[in-house]
Design a protein around this ligand. Structure first.
Ligand code: ADP
Ligand code: LRH
Length: 487
């Protein structure tokens, strides 16, 4: 049978891209049609996403994807970062600019929710970790604003863009799980939590499953992108991390994964959530994945620490800095490290200074050069990866023989090697565009490709370039550093 082309729109916190995936019997090829920066805007009212700029990038990307695919796109799917949303008024028009999850408005807000639904009960009912920006807390912060009073519907970011492309509204399940308003056992809305938290679930459009049809591109969109219609949209795993985990090319049974981009998301794929009090205290999340799976993982600050350091330095070239960072002498384990799992580095600004301050506060020598700062970031991430995978396997009662790293961070060989050293496990790195590949594969399945998760992973392992890293250095030195941070 023939090869078909699918367009995957993947919006990360640092860049958006439209990729073309060609899928045939035993073949899977991905190419980039268009990439554009995702630059949040700091307004007097707060930190906002430039969602109109992103939509323009999506239209440019669909035009380029159509060109690359010789005009014929079998379907389109969209995934993006989680938790954030746009509010629509009674006419279906967007109310203001979607608020960035790093905006300060959620400071101190969770406590107000916990006064109505204790944190322990929230976790037992939703399995979602505490981060200040879960949609549940953002909605609490929104309460009482003129904008919220005028709103009639909430659409998560990928669903908002899909609405503009098709005119149809839905709430895709994997991303919906990050609102903290879904019960991971039933995979339906958690009505009792929403009721007690004072949230009207009527704001949300009906749930959609990954693989569901999601309308077709509007005539005006076809005209603007030069695509011959009809072009159907497919609901994919619209949370980027869910798409990326679906595309982890693991052929081993006992694998852990780390999605490395702006964030590091490190953990396990499970068949059922872990809702224990111990799991809550360790701040593990049970986000929903494709095919009834649970993404049991921890959020780690990720390459955000590096992105923000580079920004503070006026964006020098990355490669020479990484080469220099690789030669920084740290002994047999990590050099000075900061806790990359906590919320201390969530807000933008002054990153190198904040990292140095955190080192000094922990009684460690602060990095003095840019290369030392970069090395401190990478050592800290590797250590946080080690801790997350170690705790996930203990809390879920699983073995781990290999760590798969996917996402843009796999282009950073030093990070991959340090992660192998820290975990004391082999690391398989790639693909870098896992989210787009997961997006494409879910579309291909909806279009008739017969592949369960195992088959999808075999296809990825057989077609995508991967790199291997064996653990080196002194595992005990990493264990000592981990113990210092936990203390
Ligand atoms: P997101 O989807 O969250 O925007 P990506 O998965 O695109 O993030 O990953 C972006 C990160 O990947 C960058 O911040 C950078 O640290 C890393 N990266 C990208 N290209 C390279 C490269 N050539 N060398 C090293 N690191 C890279
Ligand atoms: C990664 C990601 C992550 C969320 C964060 C808001 O892009 O979706 O899974 O926690 O952004």
């Amino acid at each position: 049978s023939r090869t078909r082309a699918f367009a995957a729109v993947d919006l990360g916190a640092s860049s958006g891209r439209v990729m073309v995936g060609r899928v045939g019997p035993g073949t899977l090829e991905l190419s980039e049609a268009h990439r554009f920066a995702n630059r949040p805007v700091a307004l007097p009212e707060g930190l906002r996403w430039d969602v109109l700029g992103l939509y323009a990038g999506v239209l440019d990307g669909l035009r380029a994807a159509g060109g690359a695919a010789g005009g014929r796109l079998a379907s389109v799917g969209i995934d993006s970062w989680a938790v954030d949303y746009g509010l629509l008024d009674a006419d279906g028009a967007l109310l203001g600019n979607p608020v960035h999850y790093r905006d300060a408005r959620t400071e101190g807000v969770a406590e107000r929710v916990w006064a109505r639904v204790p944190a322990t009960e929230l976790y037992a009912a939703t399995g979602i970790q505490y981060v200040p920006f879960n949609t549940l807390y953002q909605l609490e912060a929104e309460r009482g604003t003129a904008r919220f009073a005028a709103s009639r519907q909430l659409l998560l970011i990928p669903d908002l863009l899909a609405y503009w492309l098709t005119g149809e509204r839905g709430t895709e399940l994997t991303n919906a799980s990050t609102t903290q308003l879904i019960d991971p056992r039933t995979r339906e809305w958690a009505h009792s939590v929403a009721g007690r938290a004072g949230i009207d679930l009527g704001l949300f459009a009906p749930l959609r499953q990954p693989g569901d049809p999601a309308g077709k591109l509007l005539p005006d969109v076809l005209a603007r992108t030069g695509l011959p219609g009809p072009v159907p949209m497919t609901a994919v795993a619209s949370h980027d991390t869910a798409s990326a985990v679906a595309a982890v090319p693991a052929t081993e049974r006992n694998f852990a994964y780390i999605c490395t981009g702006t964030w590091s998301l490190a953990g396990l794929e499970l068949e059922a959530p872990v809702l224990t009090e111990e799991s809550r205290r360790a701040n593990f999340t049970n986000e929903l994945g494709v095919d009834g799976t649970v993404r049991y993982l921890r959020n780690i600050m990720g390459l955000w620490l590096l992105q923000e350091s580079l920004r503070a330095w006026g964006n020098p070239e990355l490669e020479p800095l990484l080469r220099e960072a690789a030669t920084v002498r740290t002994g047999s384990g990590p050099g000075p490290v900061v806790d990359a799992s906590g919320p201390a580095f969530l807000a933008p600004g002054r990153m190198p200074e904040r990292i140095a301050e955190a080192c000094r506060a922990a009684g460690l020598p602060a990095p003095r050069t840019r290369a030392e700062t970069v090395r401190c970031v990478l050592d800290s991430l590797a250590l946080a990866h080690r801790r997350a995978i170690g705790e996930a396997r203990r809390l879920a009662g699983r073995e781990v023989d290999v760590v798969h790293m996917v996402g843009g961070g796999v282009r950073n060989a030093l990070l991959c090697q340090l992660t192998a050293d820290a975990c004391g496990l082999p690391v398989v790195a790639g693909p870098a565009e896992a989210a787009a590949l997961g997006n494409v594969l879910v579309q291909a399945r909806a279009a008739g490709l017969r592949a369960d998760r195992r088959r999808m992973r075999e296809l990825l392992a057989g077609t995508q370039p991967l790199a291997s890293y064996e653990p080196s250095g002194d595992g005990r030195a990493w264990a000592r550093a981990a113990a210092r941070i936990s203390a």
